[in-house]
Design a protein around this ligand. Structure first.
Ligand SMILES: [Mg+2]
Length: 221
């Protein structure tokens, strides 16, 4: 499915004013950084539960699978942390210490060009379950930190995606109606299902090819 067909399901591209991007797994894909984030969760839960790191990793994996099965939608790391007795805020304090985007990420000129072009025509927004410090370090490393009108992180509402009230607060923050927004993310359940239910356009990206397909929007507008 192309992005234009995606958008066409919900609204005409002419109505679009704002593109709301997820960050991790959407504007970049990097296995080493993802592994470092997983390691940070394991370290945090090991501290919370006073268990060895290997037991923590296994517990997290089992809990994530169980929550996903029970809820029928993909469980986030935030929900796993809460389920295991931690807090989202404390996890992010640990992650900020242990995760190093600078070691793993490089700027991709194709993504910089895409977002620079889109920013000429649309208001660009980041909406991420990551924290502000890490989000800004990642955006800086990717060479795209100056292109977003709003950067909304877990620290704005402390309500991890997917969350309907957080989504309503996001729309209020950016001053847009659902019909004016296109949401772009790598996980349908987490990033796109609720926006689609509200009437936003959505575009799921599995890799950089899907992301770069948004260039057709820059040409249309
Ligand atoms: Mg993501």
């Amino acid at each position: 499915m192309t992005v234009i067909q995606d958008v066409g399901v919900y609204t005409m591209p002419a109505h679009l004013r704002t593109i709301v991007f997820d960050l991790d797994g959407t504007l970049y894909v990097n296995e080493q950084l993802a592994a470092e984030i997983q390691q940070a969760v394991s370290t945090y839960i090991a501290q919370v539960r006073q268990i060895p790191l290997t037991a923590s990793s296994l517990l997290i994996k089992e809990t994530r699978q169980r929550l996903t099965h029970e809820r029928g939608t993909e469980a986030t790391l935030s929900s796993v942390c809460t389920e295991l007795g931690g807090t989202v805020a404390d996890f992010h304090r640990t992650a900020t210490q242990l995760v190093h985007p600078e070691r793993w990420l490089d700027a991709d000129i194709r993504v910089i060009t895409l977002l620079t072009d889109l920013a000429q025509r649309f208001e660009l927004v980041i909406y991420t379950n990551n924290n502000r410090t890490l989000a800004e370090r990642i955006l800086t490393r990717l060479g795209i930190s100056g292109l977003f009108r709003h950067i909304v992180t877990i620290e704005d509402f402390w309500l991890p995606k997917p969350d309907r009230s957080a989504l309503m607060l996001l729309l209020k923050t950016i001053g847009r109606s659902p019909g004016e927004c296109l949401f772009v993310g790598d996980r349908y359940d987490v990033d796109l299902r609720l926006p689609a239910e509200l009437g936003c356009a959505v575009h799921q990206v599995a890799d950089s090819t899907d992301l770069l397909a948004l260039a057709s929007l820059a040409e249309l507008a």
